[in-house]
Write a protein that binds this ligand. Structure first.
Ligand SMILES: Cc1cc2nc3c(=O)[nH]c(=O)nc-3n(C[C@H](O)[C@H](O)[C@H](O)COP(=O)(O)OP(=O)(O)OC[C@H]3O[C@@H](n4cnc5c(N)ncnc54)[C@H](O)[C@@H]3O)c2cc1C
Length: 486
């Protein structure tokens, strides 16, 4: 007998059986996210109107039913997994998008797909820069809850930098709005920013007003390769010192380049039509893009080409947009391509302060050597957010132990270098063992006090962030999700 059967029946009476689903297929689908560690909910509530969210939360709060809000379930940390059962609140149907052409704002429902928001903005000459690689799937509600980033972070910022106002519901079911559709708002505590990045634990976002900026007139893509990883990271610092702000500045270490090349069947630096720089395969690369007005780009291009001539072993600009797209396709293949190095991955998204790039490159080389594991690493050099992928074989106990030790060492080192254990994915379940490396006991207590104040009965997304969960001890489902590359 499900623990909250009576509450589920009451909810179904209020919202109907089409909204409150308890069939096996719906429950199975909502039992896991991209972390693929399943916990069965008792119902999936597929709301069709914002007000229904208030009804769900009011009832959940009264009956103490755990509620896990869900966008598209692309989170890699298990944050959308209903780890304590209860109800999964699915917001995908709240997917409205309207562009305010004069104000340069987008009014969106929480379930709107991020790539659809970008396309709607671009159709009117506007640009919404936050661009997680999962943007063809993930929702703006999920992005707000995780403060998602992406390749544009260094120049433009992350989701937080583009949220003007939010509306939604407190865990008690009361409706609230944080801010309005104005560019200035200084009235009262800023709870909008408290919700952003709160991983669905302090409230449910049902709609947002987003800031747009004018679409850049031109883009220019350059691929550069380097002798080794330390040289690449050192060179990036020289570029930033030259006051260049690339729209994108992606680093791929040797292991990442080789995996992506094998997955695409293309050698990044030879093969048509990038034939002029043969022999660079297997070297770390920086792939960068400048974006802006024609005059600004002309000026920056000259600086970047001089920088590449001085620091890179080879460089080549894409001559057409198609050529540039081929390069970005190789970059996007990175994450999935790594499964040739192991059937399990601890996928970390740490942040390193720029002043410690070289120290981190040396640490990473040592970690690879001493752990004996493949640890392909790539990421966003303009904001220090690096994706460190610890690959291992789950049937080999020695590799499992080595991976567990490696992730602990990684997190301790990142914090010691003044960095962050997560730059965009958040804590969820996967990073919970490391939260207290990042935050002092007083800081954790302050966060827990906020949680208790807004969610006194602990109904929203319980079991996450503050409670230790070791993902590596859990069997992952062997399912292929639409966004899995492999
Ligand atoms: C292939 C791939 C690439 C990725 N690349 C990136 C990347 O480049 N940058 C990046 O930042 N992330 C990336 N991610 C992670 C993920 O896509 C983001 O965290 C994204 O923000 C999750 O959105 P979602 O709609 O799937 O949310 P879900 O996964 O459904 O939920 C994520 C969290 O948000 C909460 N939540 C969802 N909607 C709401 C809401 N309306 N109100 C309150 N809480 C809510 C959930 O409870 C959960 O805690 C990637 C994931 C994959 C699989």
């Amino acid at each position: 007998m499900p623990a909250h059967a009576a509450a589920t029946r009451a909810l179904r009476r209020k919202l109907g059986a089409r909204v409150v689903r308890t069939d096996a297929a719906a429950l199975a689908e909502a039992s896991y996210d991209s972390a693929k560690i399943p916990f069965r909910p008792e119902a999936v509530v597929r709301v069709t109107a914002e007000a229904q969210v208030g009804t769900v939360l009011e009832l959940a709060n009264r009956h103490r039913v755990p509620v896990t809000t869900r966008g598209r379930g692309t989170t890699l940390t298990g944050a959308a997994t209903p780890v304590q059962g209860g109800w999964v609140l699915d917001l995908l149907a709240l997917d409205g998008i309207a562009i305010d052409d004069e104000a340069g704002m987008a009014h969106v429902g929480a379930g709107a797909k991020v790539a659809d928001i970008q396309r709607a903005a671009e159709a009117q000459g506007w640009f919404y820069p936050p661009d997680p690689s999962s943007k063809e799937y993930c929702t703006i509600g999920g992005n707000i809850a995780c403060n998602a980033g992406g390749m544009h972070g260094g120049k433009y910022g992350v989701t937080r930098d583009f949220v003007i106002a939010l509306r939604g519901f407190l865990p008690t079911g009361e409706g609230v709005s944080w801010g309005t559709a104005t560019k200035k708002f200084s009235a009262g505590f800023n709870l909008r920013d408290l919700w952003i990045g709160s991983e669905g634990m302090l409230g449910v976002v049902t709609g947002a007003v987003l800031k747009l900026i004018p679409r850049p007139a031109e883009r220019w893509t350059l691929l550069t390769s380097f002798r080794d990883e330390t040289a690449a990271l050192r060179a990036a610092l020289a570029l930033f010192r030259a006051r260049v702000q690339p729209a994108i500045c992606e680093f791929l270490d040797r292991q990442s380049v080789l995996c992506a090349e094998r997955a695409t069947g293309r050698v990044v630096f030879s093969g048509q039509p990038l034939e002029s720089a043969q022999g660079e395969s297997g070297r770390p690369v920086i792939l960068l893009e400048l974006a802006g007005g024609r005059a600004e780009l002309r000026e920056q291009r000259a600086v970047v080409l001089a920088w590449a001539a001085a620091h890179a072993t080879a460089h080549r600009a894409a001559r057409t947009r198609e050529e540039a797209e081929q390069l970005w396709a190789v970059r996007r293949k990175c994450s999935g391509a790594m499964f040739e190095l192991g059937d399990a991955k601890l996928n970390e998204d740490i942040v390193v302060p720029m002043r410690n790039y070289v120290a981190f490159a040396r640490f990473l080389a040592r970690l690879k050597r001493e752990s004996g594991l493949a640890i392909p690493t790539f990421g966003h050099l303009a904001d220090g957010n690096l994706h460190v992928n610890i690959m291992y074989h789950k049937a080999v106990p020695a590799e499992c132990r080595a991976a567990e030790r490696a992730v602990q060492t990684l997190m301790e080192t990142v914090v010691a270098l003044g960095g962050a254990i997560s730059g965009e994915h958040g804590i969820g379940l996967a990073k919970s063992p490391f939260l207290r490396l990042q935050h002092s006991p007083a800081q954790v207590r302050a966060m827990q006090a906020v949680k208790r104040a807004l969610d006194p009965r602990g109904v929203l997304n319980p079991g996450k962030m503050f409670e230790r969960f070791e993902v590596w001890k859990h069997e992952r489902l062997a399912v292929k999700l639409p966004w899995d590359h492999k």
